[in-house]
Design a protein around this ligand. Sequence first.
Ligand SMILES: Nc1nc2c(ncn2[C@@H]2O[C@H](COP(=O)(O)OP(=O)(O)OP(=O)(O)O)[C@@H](O)[C@H]2O)c(=O)[nH]1
Ligand SMILES: [Mg+2]
Length: 406
Amino acid sequence: MKKTESLEPAPPLGNVLVIGGSGVGKSTLINAVIGDYVAPTSWGKAGTEKLEIYQDESIPFRLIDSMGFEASSKRQHKAVSAVKRWSRECAKEGREDNQVNVIWFCVDGTAARLFEKTISQLNEATSMWKSVPVIAVITKSYSDYEKERNVQMVREAFEPHGEQGPLDVFRKKPDYSKRLKRIIPVVAQAWKQSETNVVAPYGIDELIELTNELMPEGLECAKGDLQDFVMARRRALSQGVIAPCVAAGAIVGALPLPIADAMVLAPVEATEVNAIARIYGLANGEKFDAISDTIIDVGTVSVAAKGAIGVLKAIPGINLAAEVLNATVAASFVAALGEGCVYVFEQICTGKMDDSDLESIRRYFEEILQSQEFLARVAEALRSMRGGMDPAAIARAVSILFAPAE
Ligand SMILES: Nc1nc2c(ncn2[C@@H]2O[C@H](COP(=O)(O)OP(=O)(O)OP(=O)(O)O)[C@@H](O)[C@H]2O)c(=O)[nH]1
Ligand SMILES: [Mg+2]
């Protein structure tokens, strides 16, 4: 790794990710921007997982040349995971400058029929950096005649398209049109069109200037995108903890024990709260023990818990065996507590909630158990229950109602 010799602390270099299909001209473009006397530093294994990192005093940003990916989603995945691993590794070394701040989407100007597919792949591949500015670079733009049309086609490829039917609400495609800042056709290297005609390079100055202009915005956006990405991952991991805990709640709740005070759920709730806290990196120290105790207290012996159980058991028109009713209520408590933990731990991690404010944490969980929404969801789960005691079916019904819509 290159070390800065100067005593002045270097200002943060922004990173430009250069990404596109193989052979579109990424390396040629980088060469035009940075000059061929700068040797890149290789990062990662050979093949698609390798990145070439270019840095030089003459350029105010760092360029990351990713290996081109084909239509194959496996190669695409590898190319993108290399960038993510690079980010993580730099973070471990304590470097702050490990994020992607501007992205150059490279598409081949001589292959316009691929634009739509390529742009949608590139958008997907870089969705982790969803608000980071994107410049679409149309490489090999040798033909003046095709230039205008190509720009138009790239623009259209960024528009959210496809009719959204009524059943598509859960599969809504993200809108990437806002990230596109400009479309720049370039020729990175003189091109010999015929014996007598050479197309001169162009577009490189515009690309450098715009990248510089966008860098402050890119540095800001990357921070937010990274945090959103990490939080979304943690949410998904938490679902993997909540589901088996809900199932355990259904089994424990069905035992012929009085659950009037929901105390039997304490061990399941403790497991759940601790496991989710571990995902959020919060599960140690006395401070956390106090949080965990507060949450479990609300979920077991609190007035809120007792009240909710009372209301739920008295819902008219539900004719279920006592054990089915108990198991469903127990599973729902575990589901709601898990969902609440995800929310509260996320608030703590992002500094929006104070981890020593136990009163607020307690109030938040009490409000969940007393909310109309919670009662309505459990009532719906109860109404959907058919037949006798089947903890797995109960856990499934409850999980469906509680799993957050993504
Ligand atoms: N004359 C000319 N040739 C270009 C230009 N851009 C790309 N090429 C040619 O296209 C071919 C592929 O370019 P590369 O820059 O290697 O493409 P790449 O995207 O880095 O490819 P991978 O690293 O394999 O993903 C090379 O033969 C380049 O010389 C250009 O602006 N002018
Ligand atoms: Mg290359």
